[in-house]
Design a protein around this ligand. Structure first.
Ligand code: AMP
Ligand code: ZN
Length: 666
């Protein structure tokens, strides 16, 4: 098989696996094998740049930087939709249609209205050509490079597709992925994103497509525009698009009349909360294309389609007061304290107000009656003032920290105010220790967030290094503590000295250093000492470490108090160096076997191969001898070595054989 053939086969295979995994949700290959094949393809593509293809599945990892997105005119205009809010609205709509079409029997395709950012993707000869945002409907931004990183979007179509067409859909951020992203932000002391829709559309405009590739975006398709399409109705169009490889949700339904449309609406009004993504209504479309053509468009929207908006659950209540919370990094978040009210099955007492700008925008004042709504966020939000209260003075945002009375700062371009009293502000001190002991960090058994606050309030700890000096006798007098629980607490702290360096690094709570970044830094620098000495330039050169993170690490170590705390941790025996014994992939499959690695390899680098041998208990020999059990031979293995191996009767295996061997299939 020649190289081109091999490259094409791998591409075809990887496209198929992407489709199985991301569109059908039925993977037929392990992640490990997928990654191996991808690596194989990437290596071949590097060796044969003449076969480069912008639509190769290897391009999905991103890496292109777009400073300015090109404006592109839509080949087919992107309309918006008329809205309706009641069954009567829909009946009126049907009457208008019948005025144009006469009393024909009408069928409707009912679809969910996905709440994300709309996108138009052009395919030429089955290949993704460009992806453009809606913009003003006439022209949008070319975000092709970012869109290609979304794995459910096919780069190459299958079946009988027309030579050129646009397909429309919604780029969404499924709730689970959104929550995960927010958790990661909270882990590094950042404020969470406010909702999936804005985060999805913001993602499309990121300059670095590698960043987009990391976000768990998805794309749901619902409309095809083009000439000579091989179908004549919306519903069959959806089915056919699915066959070409697109992700078209299965919930759509063909309704024979408005009654059935209402059934669909009633069903999804309730069940939409079980979907993995957000929806804000139903879109109803006249199914037949001839009828659609006859109905045509208004200046803004098709006459043959209408959106039915679900009523978001909304109530009014009184704003009693605003409190200001101080986070672990000093960020201030205003919270509305409300007269308790029933909303979507729970009693709501508090609502998020985000920041000073939001309060100003809503012009919300104490005593006002406000509208409260439950959107995608967990905490309900205030969406407006229903009636001005009697104490109608405009709300003045605080200028001093409510906890430590330090004057607040607000950096240019940042939405939130900050308390700069890093080492003296109680919630910041407590927050940092709480982060240190949390499950993903030091995971200290027997110690919870409330106890941390108690320890601090009783003067027993003022930073996380003080934890290691706590004694059972000191802890017992605390509220809800007894001999046993105090012992557990002290033992739990003692045990945290075994937590590996990478997690300690995360636990330190350096701004922007989340779990993944901590792992990267730990692996690269191997000790806190080496990391402390790294310059800004050094840090930026580490894979995936940008300037923002690098700067934050530098600032952390410039601070004398931090260095002092770290010194103390070191003296207590906390792991501040990498001990390379921990490896989740390690087995003892190769114990007692000695390998010699020779030649050039396709899938794994020589270093990776050697590491894999050692991780699985084997030994790496430097030259072939009677003690050698296997020679792993790559391309260009020297003839002398080959002869020697043959003479000694040593087994010669390929890298694929080796991979099979550690996976346990050989
Ligand atoms: P609006 O933004 O309220 O004018 O609603 C129109 C938008 O709804 C379209 O531009 C699409 O982005 C979006 N949308 C979501 N789901 C669908 C769907 N199933 N069919 C058509 N449009 C949809
Ligand atoms: Zn403060």
């Amino acid at each position: 098989m020649d190289n081109l053939q091999q490259i094409q086969n791998l591409r075809e295979e990887l496209n198929r696996h992407n489709h199985n995994y991301y569109v059908l949700d039925k993977p037929t290959i392990s992640d490990f094998d997928f990654d191996l094949k991808l690596k194989q393809l990437q290596d071949l593509e590097v060796k044969h740049p003449e076969y480069l293809d912008a639509n190769s599945p290897s391009q999905r990892v991103g890496g292109t930087i777009t400073k300015n997105f090109q404006t592109v005119v839509h080949e087919n205009r992107m309309y918006s939709l008329d809205n309706s809010y009641s069954k009567e609205d829909l009946q009126d709509w049907e009457i208008k249609i019948q005025k144009v079409l006469g009393n024909v029997s009408l069928q409707y395709t009912c679809e969910l209205k996905y709440d994300g950012a709309s996108i138009s993707i052009t395919y030429q000869d089955g290949k993704l050509l460009k992806a453009v945002t809606r913009g003003d409907g006439f022209q949008g931004d070319d975000v092709t490079n970012n869109v290609k990183t979304i794995k459910s979007i096919p780069l190459q179509l299958r079946g009988n597709y027309p030579p050129r067409f646009d397909i429309r859909g919604e780029i969404i951020l499924p709730l689970e992925g959104f929550e995960k992203m927010n958790q990661e932000l909270l882990d590094i002391g950042e404020l969470p994103y406010s909702n999936p829709r804005n985060t999805a559309s913001g993602s499309l405009k990121l300059q670095d497509s590698a960043e987009v590739a990391k976000r768990p975006l998805d794309c749901l398709l619902y409309f095809i525009a083009g000439n000579n399409l091989p179908f004549t109705s919306q519903y069959t169009g959806l089915e056919i698009a699915r066959n070409w490889g697109f992700k078209v949700p299965s919930q759509s339904k063909l309704a024979k009349n408005l009654e059935e449309v209402f059934e669909f609406i009633n069903y999804w009004d309730v069940h939409r909360h079980n979907l993995p993504y957000e929806t804000d209504g139903v879109v109803i479309k006249v199914d037949d294309f001839n009828m659609q053509n006859e109905l045509g468009y208004t200046a803004k929207s098709p006459r043959w389609a209408i959106a039915y908006k679900f009523k978001s659950e909304q109530v009014t209540t009184v704003l009693n007061s605003i409190s200001y919370q101080v986070g672990r990094t000093g960020a201030i978040t205003p919270v509305a304290n409300l007269e308790p009210v029933q909303l979507a099955g729970t009693i709501v007492k508090r609502a998020s107000l985000h920041n000073a700008d939001q309060i100003e925008k809503l012009d919300i004042r104490l005593g006002d009656t406000v509208f409260v709504e439950k959107g995608g966020e967990i905490i309900p939000k205030i969406i407006g003032v229903a009636q001005r209260g009697s104490q109608a003075d405009p709300t003045k945002y605080i200028t001093y920290c409510p906890e430590c009375h330090t004057e607040l700062t607000r950096k240019e371009g940042e939405a939130n105010h900050f308390c700069p009293n890093f080492y003296g502000c109680p919630p910041q001190i407590i927050g940092r220790i709480q982060h240190y002991i949390s499950r993903k960090a030091m995971d200290i058994e027997g110690l919870g967030g409330e106890t941390v606050a108690l320890l601090y309030e009783n003067g027993l700890v003022k930073d996380y290094s003080d934890l290691y000096e706590l004694t059972v006798d000191q802890v017992i007098p605390l509220e809800r503590m007894a001999q046993k629980s105090a012992e557990n607490l002290v033992n739990g702290i003692e045990k945290s000295k075994d937590i590996p360096f990478e997690r300690v690094l995360f636990a330190l709570g350096i701004r922007y250093v989340g779990e993944t970044v901590a792992k990267k830094l730990a692996k690269h620098y191997k000790s806190i000492e080496a990391l402390r000495q790294a310059s800004l330039m050094d840090l930026i050169l580490v894979d995936e470490i940008g300037e923002r993170i690098a700067q934050s690490v530098i600032e952390f170590f410039e601070n004398k108090i931090n260095c002092y705390i770290i010194e103390r941790l070191k003296n207590f025996g906390v792991q501040l160096e990498l001990v390379e014994k921990f490896n989740p992939d390690a087995t003892d499959k190769l114990v007692g076997k000695t390998f010699v690695v020779s030649g050039v390899f396709e899938i794994l680098s020589r270093d990776d191969l050697k590491k894999a041998i050692e991780d699985n208990g084997g030994k790496v020999g430097s030259s072939i001898s009677a003690k050698t059990d296997f020679v792993i031979a790559g391309e260009n293995m020297g003839p002398a070595k080959l002869e020697k191996a043959n003479q000694l009767g040593i087994k010669i295996i390929s890298e694929n054989d080796f991979i099979e061997m550690i996976k346990g299939n050989a």
